[in-house]
Design a protein around this ligand. Structure first.
Ligand SMILES: [Zn+2]
Length: 464
């Protein structure tokens, strides 16, 4: 037996991950057309993909590589024959149990529950991906919600008012799952495009103990409640739905809710968030502000260096494998979210042993929006890095700049590069990103380029 999910030793966590991956990975790379094609292209048999080491044979992917048809080719839609061929022992067992009197109908019901998409949210850069969930995924998300609530010290005695607008967003459905999973009574009074009015009236409907909102609205909401003389006296938890804010912003939010009349002695302000392509719910614990607590038995997380795509020990591109989830399937998906780091040390506040995301978080860090011909396009700088990694140049950097009315980028190459090679590289980058460089600058002294990269701490800079 292993300990509870949040108290396992690193050895136990690795063992649980090993079992979960072996159970899930062969199906994931068979049932989702995109991943099946990738694995086929690598010449790997699905049955040979069972461990983390095996998983790492699959190259990390960028949104641009999976975005065709909104990412629907990442969704698992197996046929019965495929299930028979690669289903894990645990799935076969569930099928066997699910088959009651009517064999055919029982099997069909179970496959529908496990795999049929029933719910979609939007995610990724410019919301271009449709993230699908099966009923099994939604059950799982509610379990995740129960865990998150427990981390936050919330439970069935709580009354939550959420100011997250209704819509197909990860933020809205995370708060929904949090409430459902913990059996608290929750009100989500705000429709899409509406202001905070309904979220003020809501305080008259129930004895609110917890509130959830986007960080940038937390102060305005508290002030509006104060103006309306709403009864905020039972509120002890302010949940900020988004990447954690810095200490100063947190203190200001806390002060605003105290001024509005929240429970002086017990008030905590905590963040809850996960990338919107993933269906997990990570949160800070009630006991302290020590980073977002992740769920190692329900996902595989990596941090990759933005310029090289290799494993990073510190900050980098948060990369997710959606271990155990059906619906939309992420295999080493580079989210484009820069995190300060991932630590394995037990939480100094609550003692939980799950990995925590620490340091600042920046969404869409390497996917700037460029103004082009009256519209916007997303440029994925990481796709440039992948191309340049394989190019034979001594040094390179990319700088965004404005050229007339449009945004573009300059490719700066250091060392002995001739014009022909530069033209070929520019064409390669246009193919890889959809946007050709607006300028190519050759610097015969590579150290000039290296120095600029070192000074900026990145091969990418923005001079707009
Ligand atoms: Zn903790």
């Amino acid at each position: 037996m292993t300990a509870a999910w949040d108290r396992r030793s690193l050895v136990e966590q690795a063992r649980v991950e090993e079992l979960a991956l072996a159970d899930w990975l062969p199906g994931a790379v068979t049932f989702a057309p995109h991943w099946s094609a990738v694995v086929d292209g690598l010449g790997i048999a699905p049955g040979d993909l069972v461990t983390r080491e095996d998983l790492l044979r699959i190259p990390p992917s960028l949104q641009g590589q999976v975005a065709a048809s909104g990412g629907t080719r990442m969704v698992q839609r197996p046929t019965e024959t495929q299930v028979k061929a690669v289903a894990s022992a645990s799935l076969l067992l569930r099928i066997a149990r699910g088959i009651g009197g009517d064999q055919r109908a029982g099997k069909r019901d179970l496959l529908l529950r496990e795999f049929k998409p029933v719910h979609v949210t939007r995610g990724g850069a410019a919301d271009q991906l449709a993230i699908a969930s099966s009923r099994a995924d939604l059950d799982r998300q509610h379990r995740v919600g129960a865990r998150a609530a427990s981390l936050l010290g919330l439970g069935d005695h709580d009354y939550l008012v959420s100011a997250i607008p209704a819509g197909p967003s990860a933020a809205f459905w995370s708060v929904h799952a949090l409430a459902l999973g913990s059996s608290m009574l929750a009100l989500h009074p705000r429709g899409h495009g509406q202001g905070l009015e309904r979220c003020i009236d809501a305080f008259g409907l129930m004895p609110t103990t917890a509130v959830a909102c986007e960080p940038q609205e937390a102060i305005a909401w508290a002030e509006a409640l104060q103006d309306a003389e709403a009864d905020v006296s039972r509120v002890d938890t302010v949940l900020l739905v988004g990447p954690p804010v810095d200490d100063e912003a947190r203190a200001e939010i806390e002060a605003a809710w105290r001024d509005a009349g929240a429970l002086e002695s017990e008030l905590v302000v905590r963040s809850l968030w996960a990338p919107d392509v993933h269906r997990s719910i990570w949160t800070e614990c009630h006991e302290g502000v020590t980073g977002l607590h992740t769920m190692p038995d329900l996902e595989v997380l990596e941090v990759l260096d933005d310029a090289t795509g290799r494993q990073s020990d510190g900050s980098g591109d948060l990369t997710i494998t959606s271990m155990g989830w059906t619906g939309t399937t992420l295999l080493r998906f580079r989210t484009g979210v820069e995190i300060g780091g991932l630590t394995d040390d037990a939480c100094p506040a609550c003692g939980r042993t799950v990995p925590r995301i620490v340091g600042p978080i920046t969404e869409q860090r390497w996917q700037p929006e460029l103004a082009r011909n009256g519209g916007q396009v997303t440029l994925d700088l990481r796709a440039i890095a992948i191309e340049m990694e394989s190019a034979t140049v001594s040094a390179w950097r990319v700088e965004l700049f404005q050229k007339g009315q449009v945004d573009t980028y300059a490719l700066e190459l250091g060392g002995a590069v001739d014009e022909q090679q530069a033209r070929e590289l520019a064409a390669q980058l246009r193919r890889a990103t959809g946007v050709a460089p607006g300028a190519v600058r050759l610097k015969s002294d590579a150290s000039v380029v290296v120095a600029k990269v070192q000074a900026a701490g990145s091969p990418f800079s923005d001079a707009r």
